[in-house]
Structure formats: C-alpha cells, structure tokens
Design a protein around this ligand. Structure first.
Ligand code: COA
Length: 556
C-alpha cells in the first residue's frame, strides 16, 4: 500500500471554489488524467484530473464543499495499480494550472478589427495554452440577433469545453468556421454587426471584456501533459440567462449544463443532452444522468413503452393470467412465428399504411385456367389463379414504375428498382413465410406456376434458403382458397406495397343493359404512404385490375 494524497492544483487565482461533482468512488481504479472531481466558479467549471494511477482509498471532500489550491481531496493507493508511476504522486508533479482569462469573451481591440463601419471580426480568445481546439457547436444562426454574453460557439479540448460568448449586442453576420474545424487563439471565427458604430461597438466590447475580467476571472487548469489541456466551461446560469431566445436555440445542447466529459460521453452514446435531466448541483448533467437516461430508454424500448409519455409510443398490453378464466395450455412459439410477430409490429408501426380495394373480373381468366387444367396435369403442375396474379403484378410494376421502389435508409432518396421480384405469402405449419420469385416479369404462366409450387412446397417443408426469401419488390398474400371478402395486408417493408387476394365469387354485374353473372375477385392493395401517394396507387391498381380482367394483355 502506497497512499498518495491528491490536492487541488492551482486554480488560476480562484478561491473557495465549489465542488459540484465527485466523479469517482472509493474502491475505483483511476487512470492517470482521469477526472476525479468537478469544480465550479461562478464563471466556469473545471474537471480535476488524477495526477496518479491507482485505487481511490478515501475521498476527503463532498459535493458542496468549497476548496482552494492545495486542499487535500483524495487519497489514492498508487501501489494498487500495476503500472503506477510513484514519481507522478509527488505533489510537484501534479498538473500545473494557470490563471487565464480564457473563457472570457475577450475582444482584443488589436485582434478584433472593424470589418466595416459597424461590423467587427471576432477572434478566438486565449485558450489557456491549448491549440488546435475543436469547434463542436455553432450556437446561433447567421442573421440572428445576439446579446453580449450569448454563447456563439462551443469549443472542446479532450478535457474541457468552453462557450465563446458574444462580446457585444448585435447581429451575427457570418461564421468563418464550421463545426469540426480546429481553432487557435486569435483566429477570426465570425463577423458581427453591432448595434452602434464600430467605435462604439469596440468600446462596448472592450468594456464588456473588462467587466467580465473584473467580476469573474476564469480559471484554466492545464495538465502537465501539453496534449491534454484542461480549459473551462462557463457556469450554466450565464448561458441560460443570455442564450438568444430563438426557438432554434431552445434545444441546443450547448445550452444545457454539462461538463466536457459528460458531453463527450453523450456524443459517444448518441444521447441528446437536451433530453437528459441533470441531478448534479444546480441541475448539472452528470455522467450518471446520461447512463441512467440510456438505461431508461433501453428499458422502454424493450417493453415497447418508449415515447408513451409524449404520445409517440404505444402503451403495453397488460399481462393477464388467463388461467383465472378456465383451463389453458402454454405452447412455445416457433422461431418463425416470433420473427413474424416482430416483423409485423415493426412494419405496422413504421409504415403509414393506406389500403385501397377493387375487384377484378376473372370470369375469362378462370375459364381459361380451367381449360388449361388437363395440360397442367400433364406438366405435373397445379394451375390456380396465383401464377396469373404474379404475372399481372409483375407487368403492372413494369408499367407503373412508381410502385417498384423502396425508401432509402438515409430518408433522402428513393430506390427505383430495375428488376421485378415478387414475394408470395405462404401459410406453413411453422408460420408465415414469404419466398420470392425472381424476375417474375420475364417468366411465363407455366414457369410461374411451377416455381411458385416448388417454393410453397419448400416453405412448408422448412427448406427455404434465406436468399429465397429476400429481395421482393411486391408481395401477394392470397387467402382466396380460404374465403373472405377482403382484408388489409401489412406491407412487408422495405417493400412499399402488398396485394391481398380474397375469394372470388359469382356476382351480378351491370353490363350496361342487364346484370350479368361474373366471377369477381376481391383485391386489396396496402401501400406505404411515405413512398406512394393515392394517385400512384390508383394508376397501379387500375392497371393491375385491367391486366387480371383481360389476361390477353399479359402477353402484350
Ligand atoms: N378465389 C377462389 N378460389 C381460389 C382463389 C381465389 N382467390 N385462390 C385459389 N383458389 C382456389 C384454387 O383455384 C384451388 O382450387 P382448385 O383446386 O379447384 O383450382 C384452391 O383454391 C386451393 O388453392 P391453393 O392450393 O391454396 O393454391 P393457391 O395458389 O391459391 O395458394 C398459397 C397458394 C401459398 C398462396 C396459399 O396456399 C397460402 O398459403 N395462402 C396463405 C397466405 C397467407 O397466409 N397470407 C397471410 C395473410 S395476412
């Protein structure tokens, strides 16, 4: 055991600084430079990195305590770490710190020149020795009015983040940098038009800067390792109080109160900090708040209740003990049934469905089909309406290409397909399966009858290969052999449409002078309204019904 007492480094002249977060617990192993605690002056927050590697034995301070340079904060057992470097434990090896007006909205009259009568170029202030600092956020849009002290952009080193405030009231004309750029002290980052003349603006900027310097010198802690400087982030009250009151700014992550390491963690996890409630001092968002938020979201996603509070989700179906109503038996669901359930829910929730209905007159088709039955027998295939429907759907997709699409995952493009593969929903003992007939537009009725029969057999025998169930442009789900006058099938995303086929029936149809008995096939087409609009469906469906009603057109 080799205990080292870690003390507060030089705070750049600040005294009695609040401890607002203790980032480790007794028993934790800490790395060199790992944050131990977070201090906050009235203008800035600062993470205190560990000068040694080891195990935390004792924490000598609590959140809410006030500390000054040299105060002992923690005891770390450096022997507890294999790679401990005892020399680093020496107090004189602690990270050096220096005072700097780094976080100030410093407008150096020499550096900030008047770009025109009322415009001024804004330059990056003193960064406490840090160089090539990342621009992580531009906090306002050009053209927006800002008040002195409004945060204009957020910079971040690998240890700290810093808001750069406006030096004066005015309008931001343009940024000369973008998110992702690296900046250094003195770089021109924006042009701002001040309310008054350039002189007045300059003097107001100067007085603004000096007023800040007087009222609250910002501490800039800098680690001894030059490559990991620690700069500062201003106190939240300041940014909250002065943030431009535009709707765009209301949800900016730069407006939330969080330290650099919390921001970094949020970025790694893809968490929007504006959605996280801070439990730290004065509502500061801690790393634990972010982890808690992620855990809560995962739980809600698993239980299907995500977004319920905002009305975006669905409430869970309550669990019911059915045995209270009578005898029951629990049977495990097949893998396919479970997959189908998940896919149906995914498609139902993701795809805004519209279903359109029509009837096709299959009197001639059915007469022809029956006529072909002896030949079908000779060929060893069964001829049902299905191959005709596949052929008609393939042809309709060729004629109405607006239906042969998928939405691109980027949400910015439509994928137009130059192939026509048709899926057929097959009821199997294991559950619903959808084998795919490739290039259905290029195949004849016999070939389609043969291939669909083979695929149906394979599906029912559980012998379909994964690639035989992929790539459909459109699916046909036929319940015609079973009955029913209509149903609304669920789109099998990423396909954008599906046709439900119900049982054909003889119906009296008005031919202009009398009612005629015709064999009418009820059809329903459900489509993804994000990709297809009603007029597209109207055209596609009319074409499809015309092809089914007059199969001579299929050979055209
Ligand atoms: N109207 C009237 N009769 C029909 C018909 C229709 N729309 N569709 C088929 N038939 C007849 C056939 O002609 C056949 O009669 P026949 O032997 O006198 O010629 C009989 O019904 C049985 O047909 P079937 O063997 O089922 O073949 P099919 O080609 O019509 O269907 C499948 C094949 C794979 C589509 C079907 O068996 C199936 O599994 N459907 C279920 C699809 C499903 O579950 N979808 C999910 C809904 S959400």
């Amino acid at each position: 055991m080799s205990n080292t007492t870690v003390s507060v480094p030089d705070l750049g002249g600040a005294d009695n600084v609040d401890i607002i977060e203790i980032s480790v617990a007794v028993g934790d192993s800490v790395e060199l430079e790992q944050d131990l605690l977070v201090l906050e002056t009235d203008k800035a927050s600062m993470e205190i990195p560990s000068p040694v590697m080891g195990k935390v034995v004792e924490i000598l301070v609590s959140v809410g305590d006030k500390v000054s340079e040299g105060d002992n904060i923690m005891v770390v057992d450096v022997a507890a770490s294999d790679d401990a470097e005892p020399s680093k434990a020496e107090p004189e090896q602690e990270p050096a710190a220096k005072a700097s007006p780094a976080a100030e909205a410093k407008v150096d009259p020499d550096a900030s020149s008047a770009a025109s009568a009322s415009e001024m170029e804004l330059t990056i202030p003193d960064l406490g020795g840090a160089s090539d600092v990342d621009v992580i956020e531009l906090s306002v849009e050009p053209g927006v009015s800002v008040a002195a002290e409004d945060s204009l952009l957020v910079l971040e080193t690998d240890k700290a983040s810093m808001d750069v405030p406006a030096p004066a009231d005015g309008t931001l004309v343009e940024f000369r940098i973008k998110v992702g750029d690296k900046v250094n002290e003195g770089d021109v980052y924006a042009v701002m038009k001040t309310a008054a003349s350039s002189d007045a603006a300059e003097s107001s900027a100067k007085s603004g800067a000096s007023a800040q310097a007087e009222s609250a010198p910002s501490a800039v802690a800098e680690s001894s390792a030059a490559e990991s400087p620690t700069t500062v982030a201003p106190a939240p009250e300041k940014s909250a109080a002065t943030a431009p009151a535009t709707p765009e700014s209301a949800n900016r992550s730069s407006d939330v109160y969080a330290g650099p390491s919390s921001r970094r963690l949020a970025r790694q996890l893809g968490v929007d900090l504006t959605k996280v409630s801070g439990t730290g001092v004065r509502g500061r968002i801690t790393k634990d708040d972010i982890r808690g938020y992620v855990k809560k979201m995962l739980k809600q996603a698993e239980s299907g209740t995500i977004g319920a509070a905002s009305g975006a989700g669905i409430p869970p179906i309550p669990e019911v003990d059915f045995s209270q109503f009578g005898d029951i038996e629990l049977q495990p669901m097949s893998k396919i049934k479970k997959l189908t359930a998940a896919n149906m829910q995914r498609n139902w929730l993701n795809v805004p469905h519209v279903t359109q209905f029509d009837e096709a007159d299959i009197t001639d088709l059915d007469a022809f089909r029956k006529q072909m039955k002896p030949e079908a027998e000779k060929r060893g295939v069964k001829i049902t309406p299905l191959p005709f429907l596949i052929k008609a759907a393939a042809q309709a997709l060729k004629l109405e290409p607006s239906f042969n699409v998928s939405l691109h995952a980027d949400g910015e493009h439509m994928v137009h397909k130059h192939y026509v593969h048709i899926g057929i929903a097959v009821d199997t003992p294991a559950g619903l399966m959808v084998p795919v007939i490739r290039d259905a537009d290029k195949k004849g009725i016999w070939e389609l009858a043969q291939e669909s029969a083979e695929l149906v057999e394979k599906a029912r025998a559980g012998k379909l290969k994964p690639n035989e169930m992929k790539g459909a442009c459109f699916t046909i789900s036929s319940l015609g052999a079973m009955g029913g006058t209509g149903f609304t099938p669920i789109v099998n995303a990423p396909e954008v449409a599906i046709m439900g086929v119900s049982k054909a029936q003889m119906k009296p149809v008005w031919n202009g002078s009398e009612f005629e008995p015709r064999n009418m096939l009820p059809l329903a087409v459900s489509y993804d309204h994000r990709a297809i609009n009603g007029a597209d469906c109207g055209r596609f469906f009319t074409t499809l019904v015309a092809l089914i009603s007059d199969i001579r057109r299929l050979v055209l």
